[in-house]
Design a protein around this ligand. Sequence first.
Ligand code: PLP
Length: 360
Amino acid sequence: MIPFIDLKAQYRPIEDKIKSRINAVLEHGQFVMGPEVKELEKNLAEYVGVKHAIGCSSGTDALLLALMALNIGPGDEVIVPDFSFFATSEVVSLLGATPVFVDVDPKTYNMDIESMKAAITKDTKAIMPVSLYGQCADFDEINEIAVANALPVIEDGAQSFGGEYKGKKSCGLSTIGCTSFFPSKPLGAYGDGGAIFTNDDELASKMRELLNHGQSGRYVHTRIGINGRIDTMQAAILLEKLAIFPKEIELRQVVAKRYNDALSKKFKTPSVEEHNLSAWAQYTIEVEDRTNFQDEMKKLNVPTAVHYPGSLSSQPVYHGMYDVENEVTNSVASKVVSLPFYPYMDEETQNKVIEAVLSL
Ligand SMILES: *Cc1c(COP(=O)(O)O)cnc(C)c1O
């Protein structure tokens, strides 16, 4: 079986560096808020080109902390795309606020601008676009409408870290940017982790307090926060992974281009806007009979995955709560299928996937 993602192919060449980073943490013993966290935050801020990068426990907590910093709670509405990973709306619901599910664009799978505009009400408190599969949403359009309505914009950049919009890095495109370091994300740790990005000093210091039990100083709790810190060990690992990350983003373009060239005649392949550079968190195509496609691919020893099989608003937990029908979301959720993809995928393995797909 071909691996869906081969994390070992990345680990082998940096094994010694990772081990010596881990050893350094074992030796100094500052497992929480150790020096590697500060070092990582500095490097992340530089990479994205923003003033503040704040390490945290996961992509989900990054989104949660962003909403908490904006004082979002019961009675407030947050506009989210209906097509995403569940965390996007989960954090809104967790705070007692109301997710307002809008449709996506059939080409990019990102928030549809007209649907977003139509969803703004007097109770809207934030807009939370997702940069799905690695491609940034249309931030010029989104920001313009947000500014006109005095609304903050939170980018769910869990899949797009390393991606670019009009030459600017994902997570640095709006009021707050959030990303995930879940192992299979473009920049993955060896466990959970995430980061928050902003140019706003006030929001940054608020989020730093919130992720550490709302402490403004040791045992001085000025807010109700969470334990949302990133482990020093993960920060140490991420430092080495970030060092090779720009090269990996290039390798991802090469693999994606070969897939595109081979598959686009027969399938609806990813459509990346001229002004975007995708981080290729997933390589996702559309097929008509997905169940059959996945079964046949499995027989050919090629694993596939579905991101995502249904809309957020149709999840069982929301049953009877939201009366929404987002046509594009429902349609693409029934057709999308992701192929094996990772930056170190050799041509032989790519060819096996391509041959398998083209045989169907
Ligand atoms: C992975 C993901 C998250 C959550 O990140 P975790 O680090 O797993 O908590 C949020 N939003 C999207 C779009 C994701 O893909």
